[in-house]
Design a protein around this ligand. Structure first.
Ligand code: N01
Length: 541
């Protein structure tokens, strides 16, 4: 009984159509795919479950939702006109502004007319004889297309934990990833937030502003660094130009989270040297701390000092020593769960009406009609906010009933964990492309740039196939196996596997543990080379 935005299911006749490409999802990946494939001369039909474009930024309307990558970089690079005409107002853009940007792109490039909104794909079946996908939707549409591009997002299927007794709760329940469109007023209410990942860390200070009492239920504390968000002046924008130009020219965007190629032979700096650098980056704000030293994500001796530094900062910001201790992560390295970037998060716990409940010390036992109970205490509540994350990277694909060659479903193919050659295509599923799929860098770094890279690769691939009169592409099983082994090996050389993160599916009960994003180096060069070598590892005909 979640309070959420319901799609507008006003009547429209079902669409029965044939086209060259179906693009599922109208977030930043899908919008660009629709644009590029149309430019290629293909007949494209876009399908989007929401009532508008924006993907993640359509759904994540919770108070405080904001990007953790500077807005001047969290932008498309493919249109210089777009870049010149769009002006971001803040260093880190808030959700409403990012959504307006996506809407502007859709209008500016006339993409909306190609998209069926309020429409969810319920199945996609490969027809071997016809070499086409039959895509069906919950609106009765049946679209036959030679190519399917899944741009369904990495963080688009909310994780709604089955809290015992939750159906009894009489107050409203909100999930940060499905926030209602109308303003939610928590004034005078006793509110609980469950979850302290990026979403929780952003929304907790905002909810605290209006709630009469806020209780945060934390299972795992997170490392969080201050955003130091600020308005962007014209001078800031001009000063950032060389950096943006550099990013546009280079094939890799070196954001935090990436493991640079010099990580493995970098020296371990002295503790004082590290501390001084972390101090500088802390003052600067944002995720820069993860770029402090090349080996911060590969060498525990370096990472340990960074962890000590952040814990020290937490102790300095939180008045109550027990609360500070509970808020300090201790059992995993910094940055191997997505680092949180906050505005006033830790100081929020100094407010008299805000409390932290450490679920490791007192586990949640049940939800009642009027609140929550832990093994130790009861909490009377008026509203519940779930900031409990997502079935990341595979959730949306798994929900679509995709059936490939020989009738094998994607869920069957992925029973032991997801596999995709280059994170782009899955063997057994011809002509089905995944934008930022498992096995690609995707969520490690700047997702907009990752989407651009994949869409450009897919468009070039389809263009080259058309030029050669080819109609079908599928990865070889061996190439896919070797790639996923390489993805696992790249992760194992870093500290990433040392946390129970959503990167490896650890947040979803029963999900196979596979480290999904590619954290190795040179990904863009690699996939470009593979295309140049006549799509090595793919079978085309
Ligand atoms: O989700 P999360 P998120 N009982 O999975 C807890 C991006 N993002 O929505 O760690 C109690 O990180 C869970 O506890 P634990 C960003 O990439 C970006 O916050 O599993 N607690 C955890 O504390 C990010 O990483 C931005 O022990 C439960 C929390 O819920 C990703 O999205 C903003 C529980 C979930 O944290 C996901 O972030 C927002 C249970 N049963 C999101 N189940 C920015 O750009 C889960 N939890 C800034």
């Amino acid at each position: 009984r979640l309070e959420q935005t319901s799609p507008d299911h006003g009547s429209r006749p079902p669409l029965v159509a044939e086209c060259d490409a179906v693009v599922v999802g109208a977030g930043f990946g899908g919008l660009y795919a629709i644009y590029r494939l149309r430019e290629l001369g293909l007949k494209v039909i876009g399908i989007e479950a929401a009532s508008d474009v924006g993907g993640t930024w359509y759904w994540n309307r919770y108070p405080g939702a904001r990007c953790d990558i500077p807005s001047l970089l969290y932008s498309y690079t493919w249109s210089e006109e777009l870049r010149q005409e769009w002006r971001w107002s803040e260093k880190y853009a808030g959700q409403p502004e990012i959504l307006r940007y996506a809407q502007h792109v859709a209008d500016r490039f006339e993409l909306r007319s190609l998209i069926r909104f309020d429409t969810r794909v319920i199945s996609a079946d490969w027809d071997e004889a016809g070499e086409s996908w039959t895509v069906r939707t919950d609106r009765g549409d049946c679209i036959v297309a030679s190519t399917c591009v899944m741009a369904t997002g990495n963080l688009s299927v909310p994780n709604k934990p089955k809290l015992p007794g939750v159906e009894r709760f009489r107050g409203p329940i909100y999930h940060t990833g499905q926030w209602p469109h109308q303003e939610i007023d928590f004034s005078g209410l006793r509110v609980a937030v469950i979850g302290t990942g990026s979403s929780g860390v952003q929304t907790i200070p905002m909810v605290a502003k209006s709630a009469s009492r806020l209780t945060v239920f934390q299972r795992t504390p997170n490392y969080s660094v201050p955003a130091r968000n600020a308005p962007l002046s014209d001078a800031d924008i001009a000063a950032a130009e060389p950096m943006i130009a550099k990013y546009r020219e280079s094939l890799e965007t070196p954001e935090f989270g990436r493991v640079p190629s010099n990580a493995f032979d970098a020296p371990v700096p002295a503790r004082e040297v590290q501390w001084a650098r972390y101090e500088q980056l802390w003052e600067q704000g944002g995720g820069g701390i993860l770029t402090a030293f090349p080996n911060i994500l590969t060498d525990e001796a370096v990472n340990d000092v960074a962890c000590d530094f952040v814990r020290d900062k937490i102790r300095g910001m939180v008045d109550d020593a027990t609360t500070a201790e509970a808020l300090s992560p201790k059992d995993y390295p910094l940055g191997v769960k997505r680092i949180c970037i906050d505005t006033g998060y830790f100081a929020t716990y100094n407010l008299p009406h805000v409390d932290l409940v450490d679920l490791r010390a007192e586990p949640l036992t049940t939800v009642t009609e009027t609140g929550l109970e832990t093994a130790v205490r009861s909490f009377a509540l008026d509203a519940l906010v779930l900031a409990t994350g997502y079935d990341a990277m595979t959730g949306a694909l798994a929900a679509m009933n995709i059936r490939g060659r020989s009738g094998v479903t994607l869920n069957e193919a992925w029973a032991d964990g997801p596999r995709a050659y280059l994170g782009l295509m899955v063997s057994g599923f011809p002509n089905l492309f995944v934008v930022t799929g498992p096995g690609s860098p995707s969520v490690i770094g700047n997702v907009i740039h990752a989407c651009e890279n994949h869409v450009e690769w897919i468009t070039a691939c389809l263009g080259s196939m058309r030029a050669k009169g080819l109609t079908r592409i599928e990865p070889e099983r061996d190439a896919e196996r070797a790639w996923m082994a390489h993805v696992a090996d790249a992760a194992s050389r870093t500290l990433y596997p040392k946390a129970n993160s959503w990167y490896q599916g650890a947040n979803i009960a029963g999900k196979p543990r596979v480290f999904m994003p590619y954290v190795g180096q040179g990904y863009r060069h690699r996939i470009a080379q593979i295309a140049q070598r006549n799509y090595e590892g793919f079978v085309l005909r």
